[in-house]
Design a protein around this ligand. Structure first.
Ligand SMILES: [Zn+2]
Length: 156
């Protein structure tokens, strides 16, 4: 499998996941080298660099699905709900999580789900490449949540 992936990559899916060490994306989806184009950042939030990376996945590599996957117990979401003073630039992530907070009261589980949905919607709407591919029926953009306890990803 590794040998086949030396000269090129042909992933079928692009993923935006949290940087949390408990979500090893390929293992979670039972995949090996070369099959998933993975972007990761704390709180699985969309930024210009994430969009650029996923646009490459769609426009150049031809991935058929983009999945934003949040996870239970997400520390980034919890921290954004109760912002404390944190070192360095950690709090930069919070602003991207605020839209989901507004829809969720004080419930972190709802916020995690809402955030995955919100970030997927952001991908659909803010990227012309992604929007056009979706409109043409070549791409699906989905949101889901990975449950750390069960290992199951539920689409939302
Ligand atoms: Zn997380």
């Amino acid at each position: 499998m590794k040998a086949h992936a030396v000269d090129k990559q042909e992933p079928f899916a692009g993923v935006l996941a949290c940087a949390d060490s408990r979500i090893p994306v390929e293992l979670v989806f039972d995949q090996t080298i070369g099959h998933i184009f993975v972007t990761r950042v704390a709180g699985n939030v969309v930024s210009p660099e994430i969009i650029a990376s996923l646009e490459y996945g769609v426009a150049v590599l031809g991935v058929k699905v983009l999945l934003v996957v949040g996870h239970s117990g997400c520390g980034a979401v919890r921290a954004a709900m109760k912002p404390d003073t944190v070192p360095g630039q950690i709090s930069v992530v919070y602003q991207h999580l605020l839209p989901a907070m507004g829809q969720s009261g004080d419930n972190p589980d709802k916020a995690i789900k809402a955030n995955a949905r919100f970030q997927a919607e952001l991908l659909r709407t803010s990227s012309k490449v992604i929007r056009d591919a979706a409109k043409a029926g070549k791409l699906k953009v989905e949101a889901g949540v990975y449950d750390l306890a069960t290992g199951i990803v539920s689409l939302s």
